[in-house]
Design a protein around this ligand. Structure first.
Ligand code: NAD
Length: 496
């Protein structure tokens, strides 16, 4: 009989697993024994319980992370790399368990979930290699007549403790995109996953433990953000906050965190500009992929399509044909592309935006209905800038089409958004592609492709209300280290 490696991380409550937290190298329950339910969005059933951490639990985690700093920063990079690599291997060994849990707690279709787990393991692997990329520079003083006898060694040091606060939509991958580079750089890490679906990250903490992460170097704390969030964010022994989530919570964190480094990955309202000269087949398929993957519950989802009027009728016709392939159903089934939304509040918000658009004259061409948490893939044509759906984050499976007179009008509407995370353009005109690449006010502009960030090979992040900072291989490492300068004075002069 094979041993269940997840046995130490849980007990039982009302016939369901009760998961513990990983604090100070131990699997523990919340001090008050308070717990919360985690349910399956596809059927509303409780699948597990998790701990509601108290401020005392959070304090214990911060102390342990602080105490572990010296050991981790002095650990050879090659040994930190081995731990990350081992965690990646363990994750892949247990990928089926992770896939099952993510589907159950998030309602994410199996094909998207498998991609998430694989990308998370690959990101761990990349970060293990990044351990060798922590280097600075040497600067000579002899450009100044007063500094000819000096030179400086500029080195990169870990910050101390990184607090990773993560959202529900890519519960494993987004957390690992923070934890892996932070650990690679020699920081201790405390992770607080979303309370809607924390189980996969609790399981990942077990991977880090088994991979040999020293006591206190990685910790996992669960519970609602409003309970322990302010305490952690505000704590002087947290050196950096790496937050991914809504713009409202991000702004709150920025206001209360005090003097510490902050990285914010927030909401988005990605425009796709579709020009008369585009390859229609590519534009339609990419726009649907961008709008509908994981039911549009992505910060980089295409949530307004600005189509030039010359191609608009053909584009809409083709969208209506193609959208039939987006089958809604049980997220566990291989051919399902649209699963449930995460919670009732989310579905109500999507429907509110759709109804508001219809009220102001938009044409509902497909979908627009829901049952339970399943919202049909929906097409809204003739949306105008006076409708809320043109500006507010949708986070639902809605293809929102705004017809524009020309390229300049598309750029204008695209840039009028408060958000600035992602944008894309479909055209065969290289000049317009280049122009849009430079002028769109978003962190990333994709040409003839929908936004997609996966591994973090290219730097990713937002401007305006979409955030501060950039994530990605190398970029996260730079953000999670500090520059430390050592100046040498040359006193020895050889005899002439
Ligand atoms: P959310 O803001 O509700 O929650 C995110 C995290 O913040 C959770 O762990 C939550 O518990 C925690 N939190 C809540 N209040 C807090 C507080 N006062 N202090 C500290 N932590 C607190 O977001 P969500 O609903 O889980 O995720 C959806 C949002 O995330 C969308 O707006 C989406 O655009 C955004 N998102 C952005 C990116 C990006 O890279 N820019 C990626 C994914 C998701």
């Amino acid at each position: 009989m094979t041993k269940d490696i997840f046995a130490p991380i849980k007990s039982k409550k009302k016939g369901k697993p009760l998961y513990k937290m990983f604090i100070d190298g131990q699997w523990i329950e919340a001090k008050t024994k308070e717990t919360f339910e985690v349910s399956n969005p596809a059927n509303g059933k409780t699948i597990a319980h998790a701990q509601t951490a108290t401020i005392d639990d959070a304090r214990k985690a911060v102390k342990s992370a602080f105490d572990a700093r010296k050991g981790l920063s002095e650990m050879y990079a090659v040994d930190r790399a081995k731990i990350l690599k081992k965690a990646a291997e363990l994750l892949m060994e247990h990928k089926d368990e992770f896939v099952d849990v993510i589907i159950a707690e998030s309602g994410k279709p199996v094909s998207v979930t498998e991609g998430e787990v694989k990308a998370a393991a690959e990101r761990l692997m990349y970060s293990s290699e990044e351990c060798k990329d922590i280097y600075g520079e040497e600067i000579r003083g002899d450009m100044s007549p007063h500094k000819t006898d000096k030179f400086a060694m500029v080195i990169r040091q870990p910050l101390g403790t990184v607090l990773a606060i993560t959202p529900f939509n890519y519960p494993l991958h987004i957390a690992i995109c923070k934890i892996a580079p932070a650990f690679a750089a020699g920081n201790t890490v405390i992770c607080k996953p979303a309370s809607k679906n924390p189980i996969c990250m609790i399981m990942f903490a077990r991977m880090m433990e088994l991979a040999g992460a020293p006591k206190g170097s990685f910790q996992l704390i669960t519970g609602g953000g409003s309970g322990i969030g302010d305490f952690l964010v505000n704590h002087p022994n947290i050196s950096m906050i790496s937050f991914t989530g809504s713009t409202s919570v991000g702004k709150h964190i920025a206001q209360i965190c005090g003097m510490k480094k902050i990285h914010l990955e927030l909401g988005g309202k990605a425009p796709a500009i579709v020009l008369n000269d585009c390859n229609l087949d590519i534009a339609v398929k990419e726009c649907l992929k961008g709008a509908l993957t994981f039911s549009g519950q992505r910060c980089d989802a295409i949530s307004r399509i600005l189509v030039e009027k010359g191609i608009a009728d053909d584009f809409v016709k083709s969208v209506l044909k193609e959208i039939k392939k987006w089958k809604m159903g049980d997220p566990k089934k291989k051919d399902t592309l649209i699963g449930p939304l995460i919670e009732k509040k989310a579905i109500e918000k999507v429907d509110e935006l759709v109804q508001d658009a219809i009220h102001w004259g938009a044409k509902l061409l497909s979908g627009g209905r829901y049952e339970g948490l399943f919202y049909e893939p929906t097409v809204l044509d003739r949306v105008t800038p006076k409708m809320r759906i043109a500006w507010e984050e949708t986070f639902g499976p809605v293809v929102t089409i705004i017809r524009v007179d020309n390229y300049e009008e598309a750029i204008k509407i695209a840039n009028e958004s408060d958000y600035g995370l992602d944008a894309c353009i479909f055209t065969t005109d290289i000049d317009k592609a280049m122009d849009a690449g430079m002028r769109l006010e978003d962190g990333t502009v994709s040409i003839n492709a929908s936004p997609s960030h996966g591994l973090g090979l290219f730097p990713f992040g937002g401007d305006k209300d979409s955030g501060i900072g950039r994530e990605g291989i190398r970029h996260s490492l730079l953000e999670m280290t500090k520059v430390h300068t050592v100046i040498f004075r040359k006193t020895y002069k050889p005899e002439k």
